[in-house]
Design a protein around this ligand. Structure first.
Ligand code: ADP
Ligand code: ZN
Length: 756
């Protein structure tokens, strides 16, 4: 930024005298660079570009002393008196139509402030790369007529453009041939009649993917469902904003309520966005939307840039009424948005793990508020943030306490792993084995949750205690079979594990801690002839593997499904009679203030998978801390009891939802450099807090729980405070003008969901 302004001053000093008091009129564009310079910059719009340079389009501008050409987002335009200092001129316009609506520009600016990100990086993040890459840096993309029948008769200039675009042609060429302005072309792009030539090939494929499926629509809603639906329809019809939480156990009919609310939204001629944690884990939810509505844009992570771009245009044209997708689908360019739904709103995947580290729930609320539409959240285990907003009256909570069809929640049996007897048979206690036998003998299916993949979670020498660790991360290697491979779950590095201890040469390295692989093996040994499958990130690497395994389980081609938390999500299997939680404490003691919340959510969620059908069901929870409130509440299907226990703790410590946390993570190849920079940040923050950060405190610096990852040492620190806005202002002030040493990288995470 410095060199840009220096450049301007040079010009200013060489200005002729006579210009001094001559006030000039003109148009100025404010632009934001995607990277590098953080501050918005002003440029003069030359006469030839007035009308085409507009907010939401990208432009090329000269930057710095060398006037390097750079693409930047135009975020504002104003006409009138020009500033005295002469401005550099915009060189050209990149996009035939705005990529971002005025609302999206405002949203991205807010996001940058809310999560301490650069506006430019937020702008890049909300646009799929296919949309941004639609045009080369300087060369124009080719447009082609999509062949879709226009909703209205095209005007005479539109008809000329469409005729000229029978073969791929640049926008400039189309404007010349059809003798019309660029705005005519922009309009045709917006309505989808003109498309990027690169996206045309796949059009027929999509139509097939969208063929409606047969579907079941219950004729009557339960009273609880009707109550929840009415609570949504009121703001939907009155066109006002309200946030409504559906707090209901799995199977209580939440999805059916979303479907009805979407029906009404479509009937009003408006669009709905449904966010789900991860498409591949929620195929049933997507199928239900597809089968009910036919044309549904499903934005999943397997789409190519071109496919995503094509979906984006379909949505922007208004032809697609329903958008289902993960986190980033919240940015879908819906011109007539009427409803946003977030299913499983407690899931941490709604927070982005890379910059900008936004949370889709907060983004959705901003959009819903600005558009004057309802936001619907659903969960059997709402986040404490959401729960607190309901308790303080900002949001409305609708309870759906019972399963549709009246099936009872399964009885939960807790097995205390501290009792030696219960550990007699490897990972499966005699109680759990008896439960599995009972379920199988009764004709039911079984799900076993173990949140650790691999065979053994670490490998240790019996003689000297040495344990095998990744040589570039501070993490124990997980043993994977076959092949005796030690895999680092931090960086993925694979090492062949030796037979003897590399430290003391003792011949026996022993395998400690059961992973899903070993569990699967134990299950196969204990229950010969029973059909078993495993579901974790190791077995689910290829596209469609989740669907195949889940379909096989649903079709009863499998008896037992072993897996990580993946098996706990959004699945409805009526024949599951036993759910076993092999180690409920696996994540309870992590250095994360949300560890108890996560554990309670996971155990409650997976427990809700049992006994959905007429046969009833049981849950067996193995734990070393049966008295822990997270485990005890989950065992009683009483998530709310946990919430009421946990909220006062959060309040006392000023953790979210009663305060805000900003976490800093510093990385370096040299441990001293990471520690020193964490120390510098801490000193700056402490000084700022002392000078007026009332109620705020700084924790750290300390090595992060994962102290080394991919050969970089990691240190972290946190600052807490009762008020998020004031806390962020303090962080900005304390870190302003810092010059980061060359061998250090650091990030700021506002309200983190990941503390490792
Ligand atoms: P949730 O989203 O809370 O898990 P669902 O909406 O998936 O619950 O409902 C669970 C099951 O009950 C689904 O198979 C659904 O089709 C069915 N269902 C939902 N509402 C009704 C209703 N009012 N009458 C009959 N069946 C229903
Ligand atoms: Zn590693």
């Amino acid at each position: 930024m410095g060199d840009h302004h220096t450049g301007q001053r040079d010009l200013f000093e060489h200005r002729p005298e006579w210009e001094e008091d001559d006030v000039r009129q003109g148009t100025v564009a404010t632009v934001v660079l995607p990277d590098g310079v953080d501050k918005p910059l002003d440029y003069l719009v030359p006469e030839r570009l007035v009308g085409t340079v507009e907010p939401g389009r990208r432009v090329t501008v000269p930057l710095g002393r060398a006037n390097r050409e750079q693409i930047a987002y135009c975020v504002a335009i104003r006409s009138g008196e020009l500033p005295l200092a002469p401005l550099k001129e915009v060189i050209g316009v990149e996009d035939p139509a705005p990529l971002l609506s005025p609302r999206m520009l405002e949203l991205t600016k807010w996001m940058a402030e809310r999560w301490l990100a650069r506006w430019g990086e937020v702008l890049e993040a909300v646009l799929p790369s296919g949309v941004r890459l639609a045009r080369g840096t300087r060369q124009e993309a080719l447009l082609v007529a999509s062949g879709t029948a226009p909703a209205r008769r095209p005007t005479a200039p539109q008809a000329r453009v469409l005729a000229a675009a029978a073969t791929p042609t640049t926008a400039a060429e189309l404007a010349r041939v059809a003798e019309c302005g660029r705005s005519v072309i922009s309009r045709l792009v917006e309505t989808g009649l003109l498309i990027d030539a690169g996206t045309r090939q796949r059009e027929p494929g999509r139509a097939a993917a969208r063929a409606p499926l047969p579907h079941h629509r219950p004729s009557e809603l339960s009273p609880a469902q009707q109550g929840a639906l009415d609570a949504i329809l009121a703001p939907l019809r009155e066109r006002r904003h309200e946030t409504i939480l559906l707090f209901g156990v799995t199977g209580s009919g939440k999805t059916e309520v979303y479907l009805r609310a979407v029906e009404e939204t479509l009937a009003q001629g408006r669009q709905a966005i449904i966010l789900v944690p991860e498409i591949s884990l929620t195929p049933q939810t997507c199928d239900r939307f597809r089968s009910r509505f036919g044309t549904v844009a499903v934005l999943h992570s397997h789409l190519t840039a071109v496919e995503r771009h094509a979906e984006w245009r379909e949505i922007a044209s208004g032809r697609v009424g329903v958008v289902v997708g993960a986190r980033s689908a919240v940015f879908a360019p819906t011109p007539r948005l009427g409803l946003i739904v977030i299913d499983e709103e407690h899931e941490t995947s709604f927070k982005q793990a890379t910059a900008p580290r936004y949370h889709a729930r907060d983004v959705a609320e901003w959009i819903a508020r600005s558009a004057g539409i309802p936001l619907v959240l659903g969960s059997a285990t709402p986040s404490l943030e959401t729960f607190a907003r309901c308790l303080d009256g900002s949001w409305r909570m609708c309870r759906l306490p019972d399963r549709v069809g009246g099936s009872q929640l399964p009885a939960v049996i807790t097995v205390d792993l501290r009792d030696a007897q219960s550990r007699a048979r490897g990972a499966l206690s005699p109680r759990l084995v008896a439960g599995i036998k009972w379920a199988l003998a009764s004709g039911g299916q079984v799900m076993l949750l173990l949140n650790r993949r691999g065979f053994a979670t670490h490998v240790q020498c019996r003689a000297c205690g040495h344990s095998a660790r990744c040589n570039q991360c501070d993490l124990a290697l997980t043993l994977h079979q076959p092949g005796n491979r030690g895999i680092c779950h931090g960086c993925g590095l694979i090492t062949r594990l030796p037979a003897d201890c590399p430290e003391c040469r003792a011949p026996q390295l022993s395998q400690r801690g059961t992973g899903t692989q070993k569990l699967e093996e134990q299950v196969r040994t204990l229950f010969p002839g029973v059909r078993v499958a495993r579901m974790d990130t190791d077995t689910m690497r290829t596209r469609g593997s989740h669907e195949r395994t889940l379909d096989a389980f649903r079709a009863r081609e499998l008896d037992i499904l072993v897996g990580t938390q993946m098996i706990a999500k959004g699945l409805d299997f009526p024949d599951v009679m036993l759910v076993g939680v092999v180690n409920a404490d696996a994540a309870l003691h992590l250095a994360d203030f949300r560890a108890a919340e996560r554990t309670c959510q996971l155990v409650t969620q997976v427990a809700g998978r049992s006994g959905r059908g007429a046969l009833g069901g049981r849950v067996v929870v193995q734990t070393s801390t049966p008295e822990h409130p997270a485990i005890r509440s989950a065992g009683r299907h009483d998530y709310e009891a946990f919430v009421r226990h946990e909220l006062p703790i959060r309040e006392a410590l000023l953790y979210p939802p009663y305060g805000s946390v900003v976490r800093f993570v510093v990385r370096s190849h040299r441990e001293e450099a990471a520690a020193a920079w964490a120390g510098t940040l801490t000193d700056r923050l402490r000084a700022a807090v002392a000078a007026g950060g009332e109620g705020m405190r700084v924790l750290g610096p300390a090595p992060a729980p994962i102290a080394r990852l991919r050969d970089r040492f990691r240190w972290h620190l946190q600052v807490h405070g009762p008020d998020g806005e004031r806390l962020r202002a303090l962080v900005l002030q304390a870190t302003a003008g810092l010059r980061t040493p060359d061998d250090v990288a650091w990030i700021i995470d506002v309200d983190p969901v990941e503390m490792l």
